[in-house]
Design a protein around this ligand. Structure first.
Ligand SMILES: C[S@@+](CC[C@H](N)C(=O)[O-])C[C@H]1O[C@@H](n2cnc3c(N)ncnc32)[C@H](O)[C@@H]1O
Length: 248
């Protein structure tokens, strides 16, 4: 599958989701054999204080919860969707910090801004852009977070190189994402619907961790790992992972 074709397909799908015309990774209805990746996520009381409509049920973890975000931090959320993790992080950084969300889908950015206005957030910024080429200066971010996005991106190495570039020295990331294990069949790997549903583009977990290591990150640690029952073959499956690492 060509990279541009994948991105166009993913962007069209998430534009529809932002408009409320389609369902995404979080729902069962996306594609036959797909997986409700959101099934293992329970924000619980965390959502109580953030603007309604920011959580579209598209996440596969809660990276903000374990990211060690401190008051005054500059936080960057990759693939921010309607803004749920940006708004959670905005509470954590307080008035002296700020949170930037980047998303390539204009409809998601518009929805996130709408939510920011409704919720009265003045320490957030949403930028239209591709996380393979971040619209963010080098070395200015304390914490990068991301929730179920990198699996959708064709070039994962480029994303982690960009994360490394924008982080300050000693900056760190906490990312929730989808990974696979075992021998995922080729027909699944090539299915565009399943790519948009956060399945086909998910990398093998060992390969994923190796890319992080080769990008220069250290102290790589898996905070959470959960395999899904819903999408499992005899010798393969899919899992959600929350991983953190430091730029030293
Ligand atoms: C599964 S949704 C997750 C949204 C959000 N993180 C959440 O948990 O609600 C994936 C989001 O990533 C965005 N996205 C996908 N590929 C991207 C890319 N290459 N650059 C920027 N955003 C991207 C989509 O537009 C969509 O909003």
């Amino acid at each position: 599958m060509k990279e541009k074709e994948i991105k166009d397909f993913v962007q069209t799908r998430y534009a529809s989701i932002a408009r409320g015309d389609a369902c995404g990774c979080g729902d069962d209805c996306c594609a036959e054999g797909s997986v409700n990746i959101n099934a293992l996520v329970n924000y619980g009381d965390l959502l109580r204080d953030i603007v309604p409509g920011a959580d579209l049920g598209l996440g596969c973890g809660i990276p903000t919860h374990v990211a060690g975000i401190k008051p005054g931090d500059t936080v960057l959320d990759l693939g921010s969707g309607a803004g749920v993790d940006v708004f959670l992080a905005a509470k954590a950084v307080g008035n002296h910090g700020r949170v930037i969300g980047v998303d390539m889908t204009p409809e998601m950015i518009a929805k996130a801004w709408d939510n920011a206005v409704k919720g009265g957030y003045d320490n957030v910024d949403f930028r239209l852009g591709d996380i393979e080429d971040l619209p963010v200066f080098s070395g200015c971010v304390d914490v990068v977070i991301s929730n179920c996005v990198i699996n959708l991106v064709p070039d994962k190495q480029r994303v982690f190189a960009e994360i490394f570039r924008v982080l300050k020295p000693s900056g760190h990331f906490t990312i929730s994402d989808m990974v696979t294990y075992g021998n995922v069949p080729e027909n699944i790997r090539k299915d565009m619907e399943l790519w948009a549903g956060c399945v086909s583009g998910a990398l093998d977990r060992d390969e994923y961790l190796e890319i992080i290591r080769l990008s220069g990150f250290r102290e790589i640690s898996i905070k959470k790992y959960s395999e899904y029952d819903a999408f499992k073959g005899d010798d393969y499956g899919i899992a959600s992972i929350t991983v953190e690492a430091i730029k030293v």
